[in-house]
Write a protein that binds this ligand. Structure first.
Ligand code: PLP
Length: 384
């Protein structure tokens, strides 16, 4: 008997230890973790620099209210916006909270309420973020949603141009839909968003909760497009496993979030910020980002080599990759991969998502490829 709500379809084993890309369950069985806690532990498990940061900060100060100045937040904010067109940061504790802040900021700044969002998007589980999410399975059963979210097909520039009007506060999107199936924004669609930005005052909110902090080979995924978002939300990879989220915004938004308009008790506390600082010190560096791109190329080539059949599709960017199985449901394969020692996560029903730590080695990628080959080419997959 479990005293937990059964709101997760948990896998039938518990991971109790990890180092780098490897994790171990209660029986001592070893797995390669190609989930990274869903794009969270980007520097690997028990990274010594992060362990050190937590230890040092935990002896000094864990928490102090946002009523006081925060040198740690100042430094982290400056590091996150450096060399970008963005100017200011606000810190919270999760992706959903970051998106709430983004939605509130966009509405208050524009004085408008309509926000265009997309089918198969995922923005989180709070009311605003849930209302922005383009998936019925996330929204059903919870009663009236926050109003004025308009859901359009993703990557449909014609539909977007028709819907973006003078009532529109913002367009909110993921640069690569994560939960929705590892679907990247197309060049044409990015261009359409760019054009709307040039000709209207509609804001663009990039939900980089999953794609941000080096996951796709650049600091943020929007840097690989022509889109210059007014607001960027982030979380998952930012704390390397310690909960922290936040938004970045452009100069023009500064006066909208003035004193008393928005806040959080825990957001950006010194412990969280010390970890996030360590994370970006490692990741926001050309050499590191270059290594992510190299590993990505290596991984993509190996996947294409291992699965040459055109039924297989390799999607995504950087180390946020998806392997589609020609429309077949992936759930039994994900379970079989667990069994074989490779942890992966489904992206929608049809795609296996591969999110190794950004510190993964080529040898570990080779090992993962061998496990994938063994499992996906086995004739018989036993359902869990
Ligand atoms: C995970 C995710 C969220 C929600 O983040 P939480 O920390 O679970 O609230 C929002 N947007 C995207 C794109 C995500 O991948």
């Amino acid at each position: 008997m479990s005293a937990l709500f059964q709101n997760y379809a948990r896998r039938p084993f518990a991971i109790v230890e990890g180092k780098g890309t490897e994790v171990f369950d209660t029986t001592g069985k070893r797995y390669l973790d190609f989930t990274s806690g869903i794009a969270v532990c980007s520097l690997g498990h028990a990274n010594p620099a992060i362990v050190e940061a937590i230890q040092q900060q935990s002896k000094k100060l864990w928490h102090i209210s946002n009523l006081f100045e925060s040198p740690g937040q100042e430094q982290l904010a400056a590091g996150l916006v450096k060399d970008l067109h963005l100017s200011y940061a606000f810190f919270c504790n999760s992706g959903a909270e970051a998106n709430e802040a983004a939605i509130k900021l966009a509405r208050k700044h524009t004085g408008k309420h309509k926000i265009i969002v997309f089918e198969q998007s995922f923005h989180g589980r709070t009311f605003g973020a849930m209302s922005a999410t383009g998936q019925d399975k996330v929204r059903n059963g919870f009663g009236p949603l926050v109003s004025e979210f308009i859901t359009l097909p993703f990557n449909d520039a014609t539909a977007l141009k028709a819907a973006a009007d003078s009532e529109t506060a913002a367009i909110m999107l993921e640069m690569i839909q994560g939960e929705g199936g590892v679907n990247a924004v197309s060049d044409e669609f990015a261009q359409a968003i760019h054009d709307i930005q040039q000709t209207t005052d509609i804001l663009v909110i990039a939900d980089e909760v999953q794609t941000g902090i080096g996951r796709t080979g650049t600091r943020f995924a929007f840097e690989q497009t022509v889109i210059k978002p007014n607001i960027v939300s982030m979380a998952k990879g930012l704390g390397g496993g310690f909960p922290i989220g936040g938004i970045l915004g452009t100069e023009e938004l500064f006066n909208t979030f003035n004193a008393g308009t928005h806040g959080t008790t825990f957001g950006g506390n010194p412990l969280a910020v010390s970890v996030a600082q360590t994370v970006i010190d490692h990741i926001f560096n050309d050499e590191f980002l270059q290594s992510v791109k190299q590993k990505s190329e290596y991984f993509i080539n190996k996947l294409k080599e291992a699965f040459p059949d055109k039924n297989y599709t390799v999607q995504g960017k950087g180390l946020m990759l998806g392997l589609g199985l020609g429309g077949e449901d992936v759930a039994p394969y994900v379970a079989a991969l667990d069994e074989a020692g490779l942890l992966t996560v489904a992206a929608g029903p049809k795609v296996i998502r591969l999110l190794p730590p950004l510190t993964v080695s080529e040898q570990e990628i080779d090992e993962a490829i061998n496990i994938l080959k063994g499992v996906l080419q086995a004739d018989k997959i036993t359902s869990p």
